[in-house]
Design a protein around this ligand. Structure first.
Ligand SMILES: [Mn+2]
Length: 290
């Protein structure tokens, strides 16, 4: 068992296919009440399927939410890319459902083909447009991929366009204003710099997205929201509503988890790996995985 653990800890990317089942029972398995993952983008080269597979093996759960962009239908239509590890992820998800985990799939924009199957089951995987999860401590979380909010954010693009054209104008206005200010004995003040700063702040896409999603969850009467889509893991309270973004499995390799007592936590695979390195039973020194 120890050799399996070493293989996982120091060189998990190079795991032989045969080692799979041993690792299943290996050191470091921790059961959660719920696991939320999204933006896996199976079918693309950027997908961190092997890491996700290891994460899922070590973190079984009562509820497993697939919060969209699980399979990248857009990319697959352009170019077929489906290595064994991507197949293994799908099989692992189906196996979780078979083993009694409640698996819910909420399609995203990259796997919107699945939106045609809302209300159906695939091998125990339920497909929902969106859903609500109640935590062990009684909080309700609205679960949605998040791409519907792109429309809201689109308005910001018009603002940006306006901003660019308005900049030339404000430069002129700036000259005029400052000649006035000079005549009144006031110091120089840059209107255009001020506006540029304001517009930039207003155009913070991520913040806009987060605020919009949290506001929608609040208006639906929920305590919080779980989404993905923008590939930016986050957990914070926005105007009294808990905003959780489970991140992605392309770059951040993160998941949102609910502990048995209802506590929510963002888990990063890199942290899981490095905490395994710190295990006293691990005889290998660090430094193999950068
Ligand atoms: Mn998306």
């Amino acid at each position: 068992m120890r050799t399996t653990f070493d293989a996982l800890g120091t060189n998990w990317q190079g795991l032989a296919p045969g080692a799979e089942d041993e690792v299943d029972h290996a050191h470091g398995t921790h059961r959660y009440r719920a696991v939320f993952i999204s933006d896996i983008h199976l079918g693309t080269a950027g997908c961190q399927a092997q890491a996700l597979l290891e994460f899922l093996k070590h973190h079984p759960s009562d509820y497993l939410y697939l919060v969209g962009d699980i399979v990248d239908g857009w990319q697959l239509r352009r170019r077929w890319f489906w290595p064994q590890a991507h197949n293994d992820v799908v099989q692992k998800l189906l196996r979780s459902a078979r083993k009694g985990s409640r698996v819910v799939f909420i399609p995203g924009n990259h796997d919107e083909f699945a939106r045609g199957f809302v209300g159906h089951h695939f091998g125990g995987v339920e497909v929902c447009e969106d859903t609500v999860h109640t935590t062990a401590d009684g909080r309700t979380l609205w679960i949605t991929h998040g791409d519907y909010f792109d429309g809201v954010i689109q308005c910001a693009k018009w603002l940006a366009y306006l901003g660019d054209n308005a900049y030339e104008f404000t430069l002129k206005l700036n000259r005029y204003l400052n000649s006035l200010r000079a005549r009144m004995g006031l110091p120089y003040w840059s209107l255009s710099a001020y506006l540029k700063h304001k517009v930039k702040k207003a155009l913070n896409y991520v913040t806009d997205f987060e605020v919009a999603v949290a506001a929608e969850a609040r208006s639906r009467g929920h305590d919080g929201v779980v989404c993905g889509h923008i590939h930016r893991a986050e957990m914070r309270t926005i105007n009294g509503t808990l905003y959780c973004n489970d991140g992605d499995w392309v770059e951040s390799r993160s998941a949102l988890v609910e502990h048995m007592d209802g506590r929510l936590e963002l888990v990063y695979w890199d942290d899981v790996l490095s905490s395994q390195f710190r295990e006293p039973s691990a005889p290998q020194p660090m430094g193999v995985v950068a």
